[in-house]
Design a protein around this ligand. Structure first.
Ligand code: GCO
Ligand code: MN
Ligand code: MN
Length: 392
């Protein structure tokens, strides 16, 4: 076995919609056949993924009868058991049907909101039946082109009502399920409400059951907004709210590209893996490493599996590089040189004595201003680790 072969401990997952993406775009038709979910499960097992995630309609077609649904779910469960794959996360498609053109939970028409709520109840039941412990809310259509259509505060109130309703449903059913809110600034709407992970983190504090709700940051979405993905993920971790993560790649200023993980901005990818694997502080984040990406439109199904292998391989390579970087004596020395324990007890937990001691402290600000920090050297060493020029 190759050291880069994925193992269940890596917790790599893909969505049915990712490896099943047929390559349709606004300018062209599908370039790949639509695969059956059971075949995607087999393919994912073959490339070494641990789990598969899904929207309700990735598995059960919109409008299927109860008996059709049950037959499909039975067959899918058999495929999961046969190939040893789990379903850690599920979600609802609240964007494809034309009824959702004005949004789902935030739409002006209460009939649309009722339909969205009912569809989500069913999709939660489906996810839990398949074993999911995380339920993602990506409000793809929860936005607008013209803000004349509603007060944005009304949208927030409606979205809050829906989440509170659904949290109570989960509690009442006794499900072990947590919600993860996924932000995106735009596309498919001109503007989507709660545009970034930071917006979501605050919104969660306004919910009736904030302890049940966290975030699902996506590389592409934070990058579209020109933000640092690593900072968003770090804030979610700091808040104890990183319930899921969507890994992919993206260039600033583009449409949502959902590219193979690590295929753009290797530095952000490296820093993300470093954070998730805890190579700096020894604290590994235990959630799924979920790839919400799809193969280039130039690919046939062989290319799709190359894409999936590439996501996982690059993640594992970056994890190796991050471990080597944080173990590099020169890196540790450079980092140690910028910090000390002097006066740190004065910097937290206010008291009148500490205020007096702070005022009495002799601080040579000119010397501080004149001191170089060695971050050029540090950054170059990081680049050399990423490029494989250091650290074995
Ligand atoms: C996108 C989103 C979606 C969601 C998915 C799960 O921009 O298309 O990232 O892929 O993650 O719908 O909720
Ligand atoms: Mn995306
Ligand atoms: Mn996503």
């Amino acid at each position: 076995m190759d050291r880069l072969d994925p193992t269940p401990d890596d917790r790599f997952t893909f969505g049915l919609w990712t490896v099943g993406n047929p390559g349709r775009d606004p300018f062209g038709e599908a370039v790949r056949p639509v695969s059956r979910p059971v075949d995607l499960v087999a393919g994912l097992a073959r490339v070494g993924a641990w789990g598969v995630n899904l929207h309700d309609n990735d598995l059960v077609p919109f409008g299927a009868s109860a008996s059709e649904r049950d037959a499909i779910v039975r067959e899918f469960k058999q495929a999961l058991a046969e190939h040893g794959l789990v379903v850690p996360m599920a979600t609802t498609n609240l964007f494809s049907h034309p009824a959702f053109k004005d949004g789902a939970f935030t739409a002006n028409d209460p009939a649309v909101r009722a339909f969205a709520l009912r569809k989500t109840l069913d999709a939660i039941d489906l996810g839990v039946e398949l074993g999911a412990s995380t339920y993602v809310f990506w409000g793809g259509r929860e936005g607008c082109e013209t803000d004349a259509c509603r007060d944005p505060r009304e949208a927030l109130a409606r979205f809050r009502d829906a989440l509170d309703f659904l949290c109570d449903y989960v509690r009442e059913q006794g499900y072990e399920l947590r919600f993860a809110l996924e932000a995106k600034p735009n596309e498919p709407r001109g503007d989507i409400y709660l545009a970034t992970t930071g917006h979501m983190l605050h919104f969660i504090t306004t919910l009736a059951h904030p302890e049940m709700v966290g975030v699902n940051p996506e590389v592409a979405h934070e990058t579209m907004a020109g933000l640092s993905f690593v900072h968003g993920v770090a804030q979610a971790l700091d808040a104890g709210k990183l319930f899921h993560i969507d890994l992919n790649a993206q260039r600033i200023g583009r449409y949502d590209q959902d590219l193979r993980f690590g295929s753009e901005d290797l530095r952000q990818a490296f820093l993300t893996v470093r954070l998730l694997e805890g190579t700096l502080d020894g604290q590994r984040w235990e959630g799924s490493r979920h790839f919400d990406a799809h193969a280039y439109r130039s690919e046939d199904m062989n290319g799709v599996w190359d894409f999936a292998r590439g996501c996982m391989r690059t993640y594992k390579l970056l994890a190796e590089r991050a471990r080597a970087f944080d173990a590099d004596p020169e890196v540790r020395e450079l980092l140690a040189a910028t910090r000390s324990d002097a006066h740190t007890d004065l910097l937290r937990e206010h008291s009148a004595e500490k205020v007096a001691a702070l005022r009495a402290l002799t601080i040579d600000v000119d010397a501080l201003g004149a001191q170089g920090l060695g971050y050029e050297r540090l950054d170059q060493i990081m680049v050399e680790h990423i490029l494989g020029a250091r650290g074995g």
